[in-house]
Design a protein around this ligand. Structure first.
Ligand SMILES: Nc1ncnc2c1ncn2[C@@H]1O[C@H](COP(=O)(O)OP(=O)(O)OP(=O)(O)O)[C@@H](O)[C@H]1O
Ligand SMILES: [Mg+2]
Length: 238
């Protein structure tokens, strides 16, 4: 069961929103998701309290450096995907969570400040590879992108990161009221009332495309003649 964490050393990059969209979409398509709230600001935990029990989603709050690994171990048998929401920092908990991840998603808004926060995580990943021989797959996901335009700045960020060998998801997360609304009313995009929130259908489409792309990045476990084999369908960076 893959562990996917969302990291960007700068606050407000869109980590929690992206983590929640991925978790709720995976759960909607029938996967069992354990959503780990490793941010002391507890946005995911508050969302969970508001939402009440949801099918296929288990939320773990009050996560510490000491307890993180225990949670992963304890929930492993009943989880298809672990999703970890991290604080906008580069502290010990963020570093440990990254070290335990199969894939690190780095949300980046089209602003220079975000790119700096993302660069700190990329440096951390490079250091882990260098010093600890820990090669953790990672991708940048562009967030809060206006739906109609692919601005020059975004194309530039994509080109820059691709030149550094960083995979950038083809699906950006759009700026949508519906995504904000989830934190106001709880639930998922599938429980939001389209009569009350604008463009819920487009928001669902976007979140679903994002989740599908992330799932395709994960290794697929195929069991044959009792021997587990792992095939990686990870796309190479352009
Ligand atoms: N795609 C989006 N569409 C609309 N609003 C968004 C989107 N992504 C994020 N936001 C809004 O931007 C703000 C910051 O987003 P979010 O909380 O997801 O960032 P974060 O990286 O988790 O922040 P922190 O570092 O503080 O944990 C929130 O108010 C959120 O509702
Ligand atoms: Mg957050």
């Amino acid at each position: 069961m893959p562990v996917i964490s969302f990291a960007n050393a700068k606050g407000g990059a869109g980590k929690t929103t992206a983590a929640l969209l991925l978790a709720t979409e995976l759960a909607h398509s029938g996967h069992r998701v354990t959503l780990i709230d490793a941010d002391p600001q507890r946005w995911i935990s508050q969302w969970a309290q508001m939402s009440g029990p949801l099918r296929n989603i288990e939320v773990i709050s009050e996560v510490s450096l000491a307890s993180l690994q225990c949670h992963l171990r304890e929930m492993a048998a009943q989880t298809d995907y672990f999703i970890i929401d991290l604080a906008g920092a580069r502290d010990a908990l963020v570093t440990t969570a990254i070290g335990l991840s199969d894939h690190v998603m780095i949300p980046v808004q089209g602003s220079a400040m975000d790119a700096k926060g993302a660069a700190q995580i990329l440096d951390l990943l490079a250091m882990m590879k260098d010093k600890a021989n820990l090669d953790i797959a990672h991708s940048v996901v562009l967030t809060r992108v206006a739906s109609m335009v692919t601005t020059k700045a975004l194309v530039a960020i994509k080109g820059l990161l691709a030149a550094r060998g960083v995979n950038v998801l083809n699906t950006p997360i759009n700026e949508r009221t519906a995504f904000k609304e989830l934190f106001e009313v709880g639930g998922t995009l599938h429980t939001l009332d389209p009569a009350k929130v604008s463009n819920v259908d487009k928001a669902r489409e976007n979140a679903s495309a994002f989740a599908t792309e992330v799932m395709r990045l994960m290794p697929v476990r195929v069991v044959r003649s009792g021997l587990p084999r792992v095939f990686s369908f990870r796309r190479q960076a352009a």
